[in-house]
Design a protein around this ligand. Structure first.
Ligand code: GDP
Length: 424
């Protein structure tokens, strides 16, 4: 099997976890290469329903090796909680099937604290952070002011390094935010409690991947969030603090020379967005409530109701381009079955002019959606397993989107279960 990346095309929550779960049986290795525990992938399989935050979705498949690469925000506390949760439901996790990069930086307890303090300071200008410490973590990573996981294997060095960082961080905690300082005793207790647990999983994931590739093994790269949340190409400043694009996968995995043969972009059959920022095609009121309820659109991590709207073609086409997607998985088509007619946002009105291009972030605030309407199918499609089994109106809807976004839709998902999929 060719190396493949599974990425989000929109604002995240497109159903990537479900696609990775479906495809993992074809791969030897699944790698998470960016982001942290700030989003959730929901996976439903024979073992139950799981909300994964940091663990790669291949963790459920026997024989698949799962890797957390150097690009992730490695939060030992949350990762350990997640490992315990998943193993309690009968999944085996050992250093054989989970490997953590020794070059991943540690998300330290003060990153979460600082995230909360900054959101509180911003008050009504807040960015809608999940308060998992991701932005303070990546800021510190790029300032070289955090610890590499591999340093856990050198206790004397680690102690001195943490002491230095603690003195520096307390200047901000106390001086800027007027918060309580962190003590070395607290930090040491945290390291002893959580970091010790993840030590057995640490290794040089780059060396592992290079060797595996040389032996002909195939790699699936699993992204978090979507193109519109990418730090460099998303809706700045309402992005995440890492790169959610496929092009970052080789770097964030520890194998910069890795080849990606296929990029599967996941797109939802309608739009959802969590948190603040411009969301051009947003629906409000009853129309929004019905769609949110039909799609059960509540955050996997926070339980927050997601903002919802019709599919947004300018945003989706842009996401396809930024991701260099070669194939699209369209998810949750079944959710639209209740609609008589289906709105599609095909263009934006910006500065009094219609455009099909996704504009520069500053212009998004004033952009207005231009709608077209497609006939609905108005019947249950969740049992369809072949393209011909879909009603004609559903096929037309898929083909319309395919044509507008300029990429083949190779998978149509009609339910959350592993086999609720049509492969075209
Ligand atoms: P991710 O972060 O991209 O993996 O997305 P989430 O897990 O946050 O959101 C996807 C949600 O939709 C999960 O609850 C999935 O179980 C569910 N889901 C995925 N595909 C489908 C589908 O085709 N139909 C329905 N009804 N639900 C789906």
């Amino acid at each position: 099997m060719a190396n493949t990346a599974i990425v989000g095309i929109n604002w995240g929550d497109e159903g990537k976890g479900r696609m990775v779960d479906l495809l993992t049986e074809k791969f030897d290795i699944v790698v998470r290469y960016q982001g942290g525990g700030n989003a959730g992938h929901t996976v439903i399989n024979e073992r139950g329903k799981f909300a994964l935050h940091l663990l790669p979705s291949g963790i459920f498949r026997e024989g698949v090796v799962n890797i957390l690469g150097n690009g992730v925000a490695l939060d030992p506390e949350n990762l350990w909680a997640e490992i315990q949760d998943v193993t309690a439901k009968g999944v085996t996790i050992t250093p054989e099937n989970l490997k953590i990069s020794d070059r991943a930086s540690l998300l330290l307890p003060w990153h979460r604290v600082l995230d909360g303090l900054e959101e509180a300071r911003l008050a009504d200008k807040k960015f809608g952070s999940t308060k998992q410490g991701i932005a303070p973590f990546y800021s510190d990573k790029y300032q070289k002011k955090t610890v590499l996981a591999g340093e856990l294997l050198h206790p004397e060095h680690l102690k001195a390094h943490l002491q230095e960082l603690l003195e520096w961080k307390n200047l901000t905690l106390v001086g800027v935010y007027g918060a309580a300082p962190v003590t070395m005793a607290e930090l040491t207790a945290w390291v002893d409690t959580y970091c010790e647990k993840i030590k057995p999983f640490l290794c040089d994931t780059g060396a592992y991947l290079r060797q595996a590739q040389a032996e002909g093994k195939s790699i699936l790269f699993e992204a978090q969030l979507g193109a519109l949340r990418d730090l460099d190409f998303g809706i700045h400043p309402y992005t995440t603090s890492s790169n959610a694009i496929a092009a970052y996968a080789p770097v964030g995995s520890g194998f910069p020379g890795a080849r990606i043969d296929e990029v599967v972009g996941v797109v939802k059959a309608y739009s959802t967005c969590v948190g603040e920022g411009p969301f051009v095609c947003e629906l409000f009121g009853k129309e929004a409530d019905v769609l949110r309820e039909a799609g059960q659109e509540y955050g996997a991590k926070t339980g927050r109701p997601r903002r919802v709207g019709p599919i947004d073609i300018p945003a989706t086409r842009y996401g396809v381009q930024v991701q260099s997607a070669t194939n699209i998985a369209l998810t949750k088509l079944d959710v639209l079955s209740y609609l008589e007619t289906i709105p599609v946002c095909t263009r934006y009105l910006v500065d009094g002019q219609e455009t099909d291009q996704f504009p520069f972030p500053t212009l998004l605030e004033q952009a207005k959606p231009v709608m077209e309407y497609m006939p609905g199918w108005n019947c249950d499609i969740s049992g369809a397993r072949r393209w011909e089994e879909l009603p004609e109106a559903a096929r037309s809807y898929v083909e319309f989107i395919e044509e507008k976004i300029g990429c083949h839709i190779g998978f149509v998902s009609v339910g959350p279960e592993r086999d609720s999929i049509i492969i075209r």
